[in-house]
Design a protein around this ligand. Structure first.
Ligand SMILES: Cc1cc2nc3c(=O)[nH]c(=O)nc-3n(C[C@H](O)[C@H](O)[C@H](O)COP(=O)(O)OP(=O)(O)OC[C@H]3O[C@@H](n4cnc5c(N)ncnc54)[C@H](O)[C@@H]3O)c2cc1C
Ligand SMILES: NC(=O)c1ccc[n+]([C@@H]2O[C@H](COP(=O)([O-])OP(=O)(O)OC[C@H]3O[C@@H](n4cnc5c(N)ncnc54)[C@H](OP(=O)(O)O)[C@@H]3O)[C@@H](O)[C@H]2O)c1
Length: 247
């Protein structure tokens, strides 16, 4: 199989000066909601590729990716400069285990993301499966500032479609807003604020938790969830937590 297939940028969305989405037309193999593939650009005579989660759901006509620019990084600042029509390389086969196939039966599904880690959860939420499998679904999006709470229109559509079963809990760590919880995800797990806001108990018999984004958040959240008797899910050793770290 070829290492790369060429795609074409159809649209770039600039949410803030450092947060962008790319909508790409490309023929990659079928993927599962929550998986990632690689995006690549030719830099200095070779293709530099990095993994990015797919925001679109399987079957949508374009592949969408949501990313932040890391100023000193080789790839992300260049991705942020691509315009409609630009060629871009993609790995043809998506990968990753942050998918509902890997989640054991549970009553409630909690999706906890920092920053661009919301991407795979948007893909999952656009499919029918979470609504067939879970009584309630909670999406927590933690960012530094209000302008970084992106994809609000897509989230509003989900709230409209599932008003009783879907909860969206925004969190802000560096500025206050009356609609958002203040601070960080692990602290809000530990002190019960996430549960209070969702109106659901976060306990092993009821919940499966998927975590995505900043590795320090994931480490701290794992510790906060361990204090509630929850542990990482493995095929051979079932648990209640699935994770994907971005760096
Ligand atoms: C499985 C997987 C899926 C990923 N999906 C996404 C995604 O959907 N969106 C996305 O923005 N990134 C995602 N990443 C990170 C992405 O692959 C790149 O590392 C990132 O875009 C920076 O690329 P770069 O070449 O500019 O710098 P790199 O050389 O790759 O990274 C330089 C440094 O930037 C920091 N960094 C990397 N990614 C981020 C980030 N997202 N936010 C803040 N700091 C970061 C780390 O400290 C890293 O060492 C994912 C990573 C993995 C492993
Ligand atoms: N956001 C910006 O305005 C901005 C501007 C320029 C450059 N950058 C750079 O871009 C990179 C990514 O920034 P980002 O804001 O997208 O992602 P981020 O640093 O992962 O922050 C996203 C959210 O995760 C929280 N977080 C960080 N560490 C955590 C932990 N251990 N436990 C729980 N939550 C934690 C942050 O809270 P805290 O706020 O408490 O850390 C913030 O609410 C960083 O390297 C940053 O230096 C960011």
């Amino acid at each position: 199989m070829a290492q790369w297939v060429e795609g074409r940028v159809i649209e770039r969305i600039d949410w803030t000066p450092r947060l962008h989405s790319l909508c790409i037309e490309a023929a990659i193999e079928p993927f599962k909601a929550g998986q990632f593939t690689k995006l690549g650009l030719e830099i200095g005579g070779e293709i530099v590729g990095r993994p990015y989660s797919i925001v679109s759901a399987p079957g949508e006509p374009l592949l969408e990716f949501y990313f932040s620019t890391v100023p000193e990084g080789p790839l992300s600042p260049r991705l942020a400069q691509l315009d409609a029509g630009s060629p871009i390389q993609l790995a043809p086969k998506a990968n990753g285990f942050l998918v509902l196939d890997e989640v054991p039966p549970s009553i409630h599904l909690w999706l906890l993301a920092t920053g661009t880690g919301i991407g795979p959860f948007l893909s999952i939420l656009k499919t029918a499966e979470p609504w067939q499998r879970f009584q309630r679904v909670v999406l927590v999006h933690a960012a530094r500032a209000a302008e970084e709470l992106t994809y609000r229109r897509a989230i509003a559509r989900l709230l409209e479609a599932e008003p009783k079963r879907f909860s969206y809990l925004p969190m802000l760590s560096r500025e206050p807003a009356d609609y958002a919880l203040a601070g960080r995800i692990p602290a809000a797990i530990a002190d019960g604020r996430l549960e209070a806001r969702a109106g659901l108990a976060l306990e092993p018999a009821l919940a499966h938790v998927m975590l995505c984004g900043n590795p320090a958040m994931i480490e701290d959240a794992l510790a906060a969830l361990a204090a509630r008797g929850m542990r990482k899910h493995r095929r051979k050793e079932p648990g209640q937590i699935s994770i994907e770290t971005y760096w």
